[in-house]
Design a binder for this molecule. Structure first.
Ligand code: SF4
Length: 401
């Protein structure tokens, strides 16, 4: 398949790996920003093929995972109302709020519907003028433009019973927050190619220069990841820190002007809480004053939300790259895709789900470690340790593999 198989070519992968091995002379830690990239890395074992000096740290770029618990609880509250049809992409239905999820709301009689586009929700609103139709608008710069366009359409067509529960987030402020963290070990970034296909690359040079980190715009197939790593490592070995586009088949420096214009029209930048991380200044979008009537939070005035994260879940540390998923003591035992404690185990882009789907059989007997560094040290003695140190409960079979 064009653009898929040619970016999974084993011979080219070997050549890129040879080049990386020949280039690296000392340890480097790179963060892949996007959860889709994390899944490619874990699924294809790319991190295990790289030189041991190159560590890939998994970043916070899973939209489902970073949606704050408070917003999930607001969604549950709104979806429970008898006059509401609550529409969402399917991956949000199993994300645990405080004590329940949207599937549970549906089983209790709530009208919760899976849609494949926000425009489907708008059509449902047109067909049900006596009901309130709410679309759950979450995600990064990639999902924000279609959601903005839908609100724009709702206003233009005069559909008053449609609203958006919005929790959009932006990548550059998250990179800033990661670099400002005292525990940050990241020396270079693989930026998310799809985000840059919308936003362009203009937000990154200042970040790269100020923090002295290379930022390589990277795609999602195995060769894309290897090329991103190769370019980042080359810069680091040479002491450079520039923005480089390794995903030129999809990303233009100026981004997508139509999408940018829609974002500018409908949204305004705001501070946003990230699940497990906290509030990051200017890291989100909300509906601008002109579209406030279509804001579900404003329309339903949901108050009295008391959030409660499971004490065992360490997804905040996973999302900041401070902990590898299998280092969480609940991984694969208390927490599995069937009974997730945190969103990083639910989402198709979550790092915990990636480790569970593709690596749990290798990791199932690795003892819980406290830091990525200790895990790396443990990994070199993995096989020997694994034979003797069983976990406290058996791993549940995957629902997928
Ligand atoms: S394995 Fe489960 S409990 Fe642990 S950090 Fe991941 S989602 Fe949270």
């Amino acid at each position: 398949m064009k653009y898929i198989e040619e970016f999974q070519d084993p011979d080219l992968a070997r050549r890129l790996l040879d080049d990386i091995h020949a280039t690296v002379t000392r340890p480097w830690a790179l963060m892949e920003v996007c959860g889709g990239q994390t899944h490619t890395i874990i699924r294809h074992g790319i991190d295990q093929l790289l030189p041991e000096q190159v560590e890939l740290i998994h970043g916070p770029g899973c939209p489902v995972c970073v949606t704050p618990l408070e917003v999930i609880d607001k969604a549950l509250e709104i979806a429970s109302r008898p006059d509401v049809i609550f529409c969402s992409f399917g991956d949000m239905l199993r994300v645990p709020g405080t004590g329940r999820d949207l599937f549970q709301v549906r089983s209790e009689g709530g009208d919760v519907r899976v849609v494949y586009s926000p425009l489907d929700a708008l059509r449902i609103a047109q067909e049900n003028p006596a009901r309130q139709v709410v679309f759950f608008g979450i995600g990064f710069e990639t999902t924000a433009p279609p959601n903005a366009m839908t609100v724009h359409q709702a206003k233009k067509l005069g559909i008053p019973n449609f609203s958006l529960l919005v929790s959009h987030v932006r990548v550059p402020p998250a990179i800033e927050a990661i670099m400002q963290s005292p525990s940050c070990r990241v020396q270079g970034f693989l930026a998310a190619g799809h985000v840059c296909s919308v936003m362009g690359m203009s937000e990154y040079p200042e970040l790269a220069a100020r923090h002295r980190v290379p930022i390589v715009v990277t795609g999602f197939e195995p060769l894309d990841i290897l090329e991103g790593v190769r370019r980042a490592v080359r810069q680091l070995e040479r002491g450079e820190h520039t923005v480089d586009n390794a995903y030129a088949r999809a990303v233009r420096p100026e981004g997508n002007p139509a999408a940018l214009a829609m974002l500018e029209d409908v949204f305004e930048v705001t501070d946003r809480a990230w699940r497990g991380i906290g509030v990051i200044p200017d890291s989100g979008w909300r509906l601008s004053a002109r579209y406030r009537d279509f804001d579900a939070e404003h329309r339903f005035s949901v108050t009295g939300i008391n959030t409660r994260e499971p004490a065992e879940c360490r997804s905040g540390e996973v999302l900041q790259g401070l902990l590898k998923p299998h280092e969480c003591e609940a991984f694969g035992t208390l927490c599995t895709p069937r009974s997730p404690l945190g969103a990083t185990m639910v989402s198709s882009e979550g790092a915990c789900a990636a480790y569970y789907l593709y690596r749990r059989l290798e990791l199932g007997t690795v003892p819980a470690a406290t830091t990525a560094a200790t895990a790396a040290a443990a990994a070199s003695a993995t096989t020997a340790a694994s034979a003797t140190t069983p976990v406290s409960a058996p791993l549940e079979a995957s629902p997928v593999v």
